[in-house]
Design a protein around this ligand. Structure first.
Ligand code: IVH
Length: 779
């Protein structure tokens, strides 16, 4: 790179960002040349100068330090350089619990789901939650064959060579009784002493030190050169397993013992406890031993001990029902708020960011904290110059909890939130409103693709790993191509191949890199429907929702067509409010609407309590739904009026179809409808579809006896709860419905089944007992 023309002090923020991006790229290339190809292309002194420039810019703009900044890198760890490995069984995460109440509720939830009597003893393991990075190590016939980081849970990075250098991980399993094939899972970490020694050595050598033992462990493992990993004293605790060809234990506790017998270290502090009381006690003890462990733990993991129960409990989305991570409370620190900056996100949302005097909280140096929105700044009366109390909990972005008023400088003025977007369009910032017309705390720039900040953020999202995952199209390339006018919308990415020569004419674009870039773009012309939907970057449509939508609509055509129809049918404010009411599920909403349209039970004695009247008028409502309605509407007249209004505002079938997809709901459906209601978005999608082949979504499972069938459960089930039955059926690819119609394939009826059974008989639908059902699904 030519010597930087501008002195660091004179750089504007966008210039700094562009240069940091370019430097990161350049340094990474030199790293590869040096470490991988043993063929450095510049002198050590020039390399050091680039690093210094990077460090100087970062020192002036600490908030621009990126996660993958060269200054945070030791050696040449570049994730793209690791081969991808698909896990035999996905590596999921755990839901968090933060209090005794949460732990008690976890126990209660397990009991409810398994329908256990209150006096039944439930055994749990309580294990320290090691703060390192998880790893899955595959053994075949007892031999270590592969090791992978967690990655995105489904696919991780191949770190086999590096893992083989960790002394505490056996190359060959000891003892006996191990399955022929098994993925052993656990945490790679660094002890406090080893961490301190590593950092001291790095500081001595003038290298960047790591912020905490977890980063150091990750950085040490993800080295391209395994001899570097070998030189780091990494350690390993085993606590779980993924794919296994044969069962080998009946309880988690027994499994931990087996893992130990096969040569792994397991956490000595793990205990087997019983019931909610046991969970609480284990947490208290873990808090006491925490300072003496010599390595970081950030909480306690509770797991249901019996593996057959774990199996029944299954998973919700990305986390198991049978386990939870009880986190230690957040750590706090004080510092000075130096400035408040404004950032524009992908959707135009304006986020104020606090720039802080650097401070260490729980082992991490913090320089930025989110301030969420203008209201939050006003509510906490946060002013530039204030001393603030900062809090950090786990990986959560640091938050400002409060201002230390006694230390406020005399001249500190209340923060004046900008009225216009910092983008060149200077749009007036408008407050967003909800379906029912209420103002929210979010302010937005309405510039959309015309706002360069939003356009770039959109493109960044589009190419990101979980969306189109286009390698080689990083911040630097996107910024440059957008500036050149080559990228105005996502579809333009697929037309870049026509600009091959123009790209080659740019600084720092060589034959190989351009060929690779264009090849990785071509690679993505065939894209899975869920990635396509997620890539559109519609507000509220995250990964889970995108997957649910893709499963429901199956093809891009069906999704787009229905969404376009939905655009003209958005729910009215009262319908939206009712549907969004906490405690009111879709069935309850339909029941209320049915009632309002003059269904049965309109004539209810007026002298009863609201709850009793509701019970009589809308028998389908459970107590939670009744309480939610009472809390919101207070009296019968208001409730009835609201219900009638909501019924009158019911949107059309297409909108309802979108909203009825699992995990979508009215709010997200509105976002989809709004998105497809805009001409330019419709054009953008059409344009994109013209470039792509969208692969139809896979159905959950098709090779089971009930795949694709619509099943209704009715009456009381005796060997499983309704939730459990539903989850099991869905896992096997069935669709579970609440009412019987001609389209129903199977009705599973337990004792006490009433009208649904009659309905099934009327339509000639096959009826099974619970035992017959279990025999059918092999449960
Ligand atoms: S069990 C289905 N046990 O915590 C997930 N995880 O938030 C099974 N962790 O990704 C994980 N100590 O990296 C389990 N004793 C322990 C753990 C533990 C630390 C980490 C692990 C996991 C994360 C879950």
């Amino acid at each position: 790179m030519a010597p930087a023309p501008i002195s660091v002090d004179a750089l504007t923020e966008p210039q700094a960002l562009a240069e940091l991006t370019a430097l990161a790229d350049e340094l990474a290339r030199h790293d590869i040349a040096y470490h991988q190809n043993d063929d450095p292309t510049i002198s050590d002194a020039d390399y050091d100068a680039l690093k210094r420039r990077n460090a100087e810019i970062e020192a002036r703009f600490p908030h621009l330090v990126r996660e993958n900044s060269p200054s945070l890198k030791v050696g040449a760890a570049r994730s793209e350089k690791f081969r991808a490995i698909e896990h035999g069984v996905p590596m999921l995460s755990l839901d968090n619990a933060f209090s005794n109440e949460d732990a008690v509720e976890f126990d209660a939830r397990i009991r409810r789901f398994l329908r256990l009597p209150p006096d039944e003893t439930v055994g749990y393991t309580a294990e320290p939650k090691i703060d390192g990075l998880s790893c899955s190590i595959r053994y075949e016939k007892g031999e270590l064959v592969r090791a992978a980081t967690r990655g995105d849970g489904r696919v991780g990075e191949d770190v086999t060579a590096n893992v083989r250098t960790i002394g505490e991980i056996p190359h060959r399993l000891a003892g006996e009784g191990w399955p022929d094939e098994i993925e052993i899972r656990g945490e790679i970490y660094l002890g406090h002493e080893e961490f301190a020694a590593l950092n001291a050595a790095a500081a001595e050598a003038g290298q960047k030190t790591y912020a905490n033992p977890r980063n150091a462990a990750a950085g040490s493992l993800r080295q391209i050169d395994p001899t570097i990993t070998a030189a780091r004293p990494l350690r390993f605790f085993a606590y779980a397993w993924g794919y296994h060809s044969q069962p080998f234990a009946q309880t988690q506790w027994e499994a931990l013992r087996k893992l130990k017998g096969w040569g792994f270290r397991t956490t000595p502090e793990s205990r087997r406890v019983e019931n909610a009381a046991g969970l609480l006690e284990a947490y208290d003890e873990m808090e006491k031993v925490r300072p003496h462990l010599g390595y970081d733990i950030d909480g306690v993991v509770y797991k249901v001990d019996r593996l057959d129960w774990q199996q029944r409990l299954g998973f919700v989305s990305r986390a198991p029902r049978w386990g939870v991570a009880r986190k230690f409370p957040a750590q706090q620190a004080r510092t000075v708020l130096e400035a408040i900056d404004i950032q524009v996100g992908r959707t135009g949302a304006i986020t104020p960011v606090a720039r802080l005097h650097p401070v260490t909280v729980g082992g991490v140096v913090v320089v930025n904290a989110t301030l969420h929105n203008a209201d939050e700044i006003a509510r906490k009366d946060i002013r530039v110059g204030d001393t603030v109390i900062l809090q950090r909990a786990g990986d959560v972005i640091p938050q400002i909890v409060q201002v230390v008023l006694e230390e406020r400088p005399k001249d500190a003025a209340p923060f004046a939130f900008p009225t216009h977007c910092p983008c060149p369009l200077h749009t007036e910032l408008v407050r967003e409103t909800t379906a029912s017309g209420a103002e929210t705390v979010v302010r937005r720039c309405a510039g959309e693709f015309a706002c360069p900040f939003q356009k770039l953020a959109h493109l960044r999202h589009f190419v990101s790993r979980r969306a189109f995952d286009i390698e080689g199209l990083g911040e630097k390339q996107l910024t440059l191509f957008a500036e050149k006018g080559w990228l105005n919308s996502p579809a333009d990415i697929f037309r870049l191949k026509a600009r091959r020569e123009e790209i080659l004419a740019q600084d720092r674009f060589g034959e190989t890199s351009v060929t690779n870039l264009l090849a990785s773009i071509e690679d993505r012309r065939n894209i899975d429907l869920d990635r396509f939907i997620y890539g559109l970057g519609i507000r509220h449509i995250g990964e889970t929702t995108s997957t649910a939508l893709s499963r429901h609509f199956e093809t891009a055509e069906r999704f787009v067509e229905t969404s376009r129809l939905a655009a003209g049918q958005t729910a009215g404010p009262m319908f939206a409010e009712l549907s969004d009411l906490d405690g009111l599920g879709p069935t309850a909403v339909s029941a209320v609407l049915e009632f309002a349209r003059g269904g049965p039970g309109l004539l209810v004695p007026p002298d009863l309590s609201l709850d009793s009247r509701l019970k009589l008028a809308i028998p389908k409502l459970n107590s939670k739904a009744r309480a939610a309605l009472e809390a919101r509407f207070g009296d019968w007249a208001s409730l009835e009026a609201a219900a009638r209004q909501a019924a009158a505002e019911t949107p059309g079938a297409a909108f309802l179809e979108v909203a009825s997809v699992d995990a979508v709901g009215v709010v997200a459906a509105r976002m989809i409808a709004e998105f497809f209601g805009e001409d330019h978005n419709r054009a953008l999608v059409d344009d994109l579809l013209g470039e792509l082949t969208v692969i139809a979504a896979e159905k959950p499972k098709t090779d089971t006896a009930v795949a694709g069938k619509t099943v209704v459960f009715t009456g009381s089930l005796e060997r499983m709860t309704r939730d459990e039955a539903k989850a099991q059926a869905e896992r096997l690819g069935a669709k579970v419905s609440g009412s019987v119609s001609k389209k129903t394939d199977l009705v599973v009826a337990g004792p006490g089944a009433g009208s649904k059974l009659k309905e099934a008989e009327k339509h000639g639908v096959k009826v099974l007992t619970e035992d017959e059902w279990l025999a059918l699904v092999g449960g």
